[in-house]
Design a protein around this ligand. Structure first.
Ligand code: ZN
Length: 337
């Protein structure tokens, strides 16, 4: 890469308004690398920004580049970075915290209020031919992982954080609501941890993939069994109030409820249930320190990340990629810039 070259970037101007723009290829600063992007997974949050122009308090005001589940190859190294890394394939961890913030120093760098995260206004994401990124957040992957799988270490990280928050252990009965990519990956990692996993979803066809991702049992909302307090852990990957309340009813005394899905801003809390069974409720906000484990289990073939990919798109086809997830049988769309 030489100075002055340009690259294509997919830019969102507002709800439903995408266009390709030519921008100069950025130059890596100290501690940074220039990465040629090879694959970017489409996430529900990207689709939400595309359709609504906002997620909660994050509003798309200036043109924004979406995409935060990215892999690529290092093309250039900034000062202080080992030049031998040029050519290395990497998976990009999208959230960059302030290095000396309280939460970073405490090991919860995902909770640093000033974290800069791909595709969250005003920070541009990875639907681009190149990005610059701190080398410390560009994790090397081996040839055992495809470009798509390296990108999908991001949702796998979400799943690992959910398992950790639920303290899922050998022999636990775990109920997971939502059989989209996140629910399936949560199922896979809980099964790897030795749990007996049940996955539920409103749509029967979405449950078809659950067995491939570790679920021993499934049921649809329509044919849900009578609620029995039998699960040690309930992990919600829907964000829907009905799913959360129904899952909590199935928690055994001292059960743990983990809220991962984003949807309802408020959910009515069944106080007698929470008190009477001493339930613990927690949320997760992305992840911290998950990439080494995600890479390890993916490289061992313990989770089928490629199996999630149901469509592949070019950078000129991001609009189609962003709505592909709604198609019947679709799980994950990926963009290859
Ligand atoms: Zn995501």
């Amino acid at each position: 890469m030489s100075a002055g070259e340009s690259m294509s970037v997919s830019v969102l101007d507002g709800p439903g308004k995408l266009r390709l723009e030519e921008r100069p290829v950025p130059t890596p600063g100290p501690g940074e690398v220039l990465v040629r992007i090879t694959s970017v997974g489409v996430c529900g949050s990207d689709t939400h920004y595309f359709q609504e122009g906002r997620i909660g308090s994050f509003v798309v005001e200036a043109p924004l580049v979406l995409g935060h589940e990215a892999s690529g190859r290092i093309e250039a190294a900034g000062s202080g970075v080992d030049p031998a890394l040029v050519g290395q394939r990497v998976s990009l961890e999208p959230g960059i915290p302030q290095p000396y913030s309280k939460q970073t120093l405490a090991g919860h760098y995902n909770l640093d209020p000033d974290v800069r995260f791909f595709a969250t206004p005003p920070v541009d994401g990875a639907f681009a031919e190149y990005v610059v990124h701190p080398a410390a957040f560009a994790h090397p992957v081996s040839g055992q992982l495809s470009d798509d799988a390296a990108a999908l270490l991001e949702p796998l990280s979400v799943a690992l954080a959910a398992r950790a928050a639920g303290e899922v252990q050998l022999g636990d009965k775990v109920l997971i609501a939502g059989a989209g990519p996140i629910g399936l990956l949560v199922s896979a990692v809980c099964a790897l941890a030795g749990a007996d996993v049940t996955v539920t979803d409103v749509r029967a066809e979405r449950l078809a993939a659950a067995a491939r991702y570790g679920a021993a049992h499934t049921f649809t909302t329509a044919d849900a069994p009578e609620p029995v307090p039998e699960y040690q852990v309930f992990i919600d990957a829907t964000g829907a109030e009905r799913a959360v309340l129904s899952g909590m009813q199935r928690l055994a005394p001292r059960g743990r409820c983990v809220l991962v899905g984003m949807g309802a801003d408020t959910i009515a809390l069944p106080v007698p249930l929470v008190q009477g069974r001493e339930l613990r409720i927690t949320g997760t906000f992305r992840y911290a320190n998950t990439w080494p484990l995600a890479i390890s289990i993916a490289e061992k073939g313990l989770v089928d990340l490629d199996g999630l990919v149901t469509s592949q798109h070019g950078l000129d086809d991001v609009g189609a990629a962003l709505v592909a997830g709604a198609r019947e049988g679709a799980l994950k769309a990926v963009v290859h810039p």
